[in-house]
Design a protein around this ligand. Sequence first.
Ligand code: GJV
Length: 420
Amino acid sequence: MQTELEDEDDASRDGEYVALSDFTGSGGDQLSFKSGDKLLVRAKPSPEWWWAELRGVIGYVPASYLRLEEVVEEEDTSLEDPWQDEEYYGSYGTLRLHLEMLSDASRTETYRQVILSNSAALRNKVVMDLGCGTGIISLFCAQLAQPSVVYAVEASSMAEYTRQLVKQNSYEEVVTVVQGRAEEVELPEQVDVLVSEWMGNCLLFEFMVESVLLARDRWLRDGGVMWPSSAALTLVPCQADSYYSEKMAFWERPYGLDFTPLQPLAQQEFFTKPKFSHLIEPDDCLTSPCDVIYLDMYTLQVTDLEEMKGEFRFCVDKSGVFHGFTAWFTVHFESLEAGGAAVELNTGPNSDPTHWKQTLFMLDRPVSVYAGDSISGTIVLHRNPVWRRHMTVTLHWNINSSTEDTDNCQVGTKSFPMWR
Ligand code: GJV
């Protein structure tokens, strides 16, 4: 989903900057620093990665971890809200994103199916629908089951319309719309079921999951049920031939001219951040996918979100060009009845497409791989310490060739800000 948060902030000033948080550089060319360190920014080759000096050492630093010196001294960082709530809830106060979510039949039908297949068990239950938007999940509860009450919590101004929709459909006896942030609302009672559609690009972007965890700890009764109950992030090494051609190979010989000096710029501009609206063909997967991160919605803690690590080891099952990694997620909804079947929402290439599509992480240079090679490594989702809805995804990989003649062992590492 394209929220307002993806807009880039302007970072056109040079000079002395203060680190807002600790950072541990990876690879040989990134600087490590501590919160409060003063860095001299020498160049801004990209909006995300600056070239800076600290105690005589020079290297790349993530721009979003820094603030101009004067700004920090004046008003701290409170000049801007690290949650960007004005932009965030502002964008959910208009129809564009709600239309996108409601038009996503795979997504919406899955939630409908969850309610339908649990309709008997939902009878007389108390439900909270966190971030109800236009109220679709709450309305499904009222339409398909007989809960005693559904608290439909929505922070954006859409809540006023949601109230009208509840009334228009004559469900005001069941659905109570509560306008406010889930972290702050007061409910008259604890709930049996906490349902929410909180998943963002690459599962965690937007970090709405934090609101869900806080609401869980405050409002879910002992033994209550979380929907979704678990989530997994899945990764696969892939080809991305047409995207690569369109953005990079294009410069090789347009109109019979050599435009290759623009390729470093192209890499910077198109491959620094992930491509979030990518639809990968099953055929472009070079290996079987692998779950790299798993979230148990009952035990997950807000502090766990700061850094989530996963490992992978893929076996290349057909030769091809390794252009990057593609990520997607799956969530599970456990049944309220013992032994009942769980419902799954899978946003991967072998399921019906959803509005999340998949997220593509392009390598700087494509690598040829051969059947039998292995690609192993790690993924780290590092939440931005300043901009709480953002994260950086760092991939480390190691390609081990299966053929004896080449000792073609290649390692790589790349960090992708999403979006700050
Ligand atoms: N409290 C209340 N409403 C919220 C909150 C919160 N803490 N966070 C998000 N919303 N799947 N990535 C609302 C938001 O205004 C929007 O209507 C909806 O939840 C987002 C759901 C889809 N986003 C997602």
